[in-house]
Write a protein that binds this ligand. Structure first.
Ligand SMILES: [Zn+2]
Ligand SMILES: [Zn+2]
Length: 424
């Protein structure tokens, strides 16, 4: 069954009236009533009692007895639950159970009437706005169609719903008074609230909570939802062991429906209560916990490994860049040092050349001085000699200093691998 076919389904105007128009009227009436007359404990307690009665019709009746056959009940109990379930205004038991059995057999797929994978609104109430997925065939509930009480309830559920609600609200008004308040608060508003409590099991109980027994479906355990659904919040357990008459298997799980069924069995009105043995429950929980832990562990180690791989690659890149920068610096330093060395060598060679020239000039001057006899010329030559001697001394000094700096550069060049030393 494809999503396209699901979406082509025609709108169900009766249902739209029931879950859209009726709630708007009920809430508007409740606001009007509350503002004009005030809501007292009488209306609220009547609403609570009728909520619990009709709610149990759904949970203990439609759900655990008829849809899942979690226990067997005396015909009087079956009839009472069928009537109270009808009064919750959620369709006939046969239609409700047919949808619900498909919900279990086809959970989270196109065949699931309230497929939670299609989002909160669809699974909560959107699905009700359309005609049924499979029409009015109810192939998967042959046992219920054979049941005379349910066949009768299926034919007349709407009449039963109206009459039962009328009777319950009238009884409340007779005992506590205030007919109008009872009609609006314990009648109309309560129907809307109970409907939405049930809708929450199809929406929220498939989105919000833990999955201690199985992650095969989106169903969740959520004790908070159990508070408003008479114990149906342990939905992960329920999807794992659907025929268990309990939804909350532990004694402390808030499950008034389970306590009612157990009490009925104690007074002989219910029997064959089906329970999953504790060791099977614990085993499933243990296995789920272990596989969940293993999954989390492998996810964690995978993410850590990826993180480390990334870190290692980054470090490697950093080291490579640093090494390149370092080598680059060394290379530049060496080049600079070599240039300096060459310049110093050239300067030294020039100075030595000059020294040689000066010495030659000095020797020439001395020779000429020895040969000369004129006083005037002799004086001039002595002056020149003196001047040359000074220039020679200067040149010698310059050459010595150049030699020293050349030697220093040579030493640095020899050990000068470090850029700090090498950089000019
Ligand atoms: Zn479910
Ligand atoms: Zn179920």
């Amino acid at each position: 069954m494809s999503k396209a076919i699901q979406q082509e389904r025609p709108l169900d105007w009766f249902n739209i009236g029931f879950v859209v128009v009726f709630p708007v009227v009920a809430i508007a009436a409740a606001i009007w009533y509350g503002l004009n007359y005030g809501i007292t404990w009488r209306e609220l307690s009547a609403a609570t009692v009728i909520w619990v009665l009709t709610g149990l019709g759904i949970t203990a009746g439609y759900h655990r007895l008829f849809a899942h056959r979690g226990y067997a009940a005396h015909p009087s109990v079956r009839a009472a639950l069928a009537v109270l379930g009808a009064a919750a205004c959620q369709n006939s038991a046969i239609a409700w159970c047919s949808d619900h059995r498909y919900h279990h057999s086809d959970t989270d797929t196109d065949g699931d009437p309230y497929d939670a994978t299609r989002g909160f609104f669809y699974s909560h109430m959107g699905w009700i706005l359309y005609k049924g997925l499979r029409g009015d065939i109810y192939k998967n509930v042959p046992d219920l169609r054979r049941d005379p009480i349910l066949a009768w309830q299926h034919r007349h559920w709407l009449t039963i719903a109206v009459l039962t609600n009328a009777a319950l609200v009238s009884l409340a008004a007779l005992v506590l008074g205030n007919w109008l308040g009872m009609l609006i608060i314990a009648g109309m508003l309560r129907v809307v609230v109970v409907q939405h409590f049930t809708f929450c099991i199809n929406s929220l109980a498939h989105m919000w909570g833990s999955r201690p027994y199985s992650t095969a479906t989106s169903s969740r355990d959520n004790w908070l939802l159990s508070l408003v659904t008479l114990g149906e919040g342990y939905h992960n357990y329920h999807h794992s062991f659907e025929w268990d008459y309990r939804n909350g298997p532990r004694w402390f799980n808030w499950d008034p429906t389970k306590w009612l069924i157990w009490s009925l069995s104690k007074v002989g009105l219910a029997r064959s209560l089906r329970r999953v043995p504790l060791d099977v429950v614990l085993q499933r929980r243990f296995e789920q916990g272990r596989s969940g832990f293993a999954t989390r562990l492998s996810e964690w180690s995978e993410s850590k490994a990826a993180e480390w791989r990334q870190l290692r690659a980054e470090k490697r890149e950093q080291i490579r860049t640093r090494r390149e920068d370092f080598m680059d610096g060394v290379r530049k330093g060496q080049v600079a040092l070599r240039d300096q060395l060459l310049a110093a060598e050239t300067a030294l060679e020039l100075e030595l050349q000059e020294l040689k020239t000066l010495r030659q000039a000095l020797a020439d001057a001395l020779r000429r001085l020895a040969a000369e006899t004129s006083d005037e010329l002799r004086e001039a030559l002595e002056n020149e000699l003196h001047h040359l001697q000074r220039a020679l001394k200067d040149a010698q000094r310059a050459a010595r200093s150049s030699l020293k700096s050349w030697e220093l550069l040579m030493r640095e060049y020899g050990r000068g691998m470090h850029p700090a030393v090498a950089t000019p």
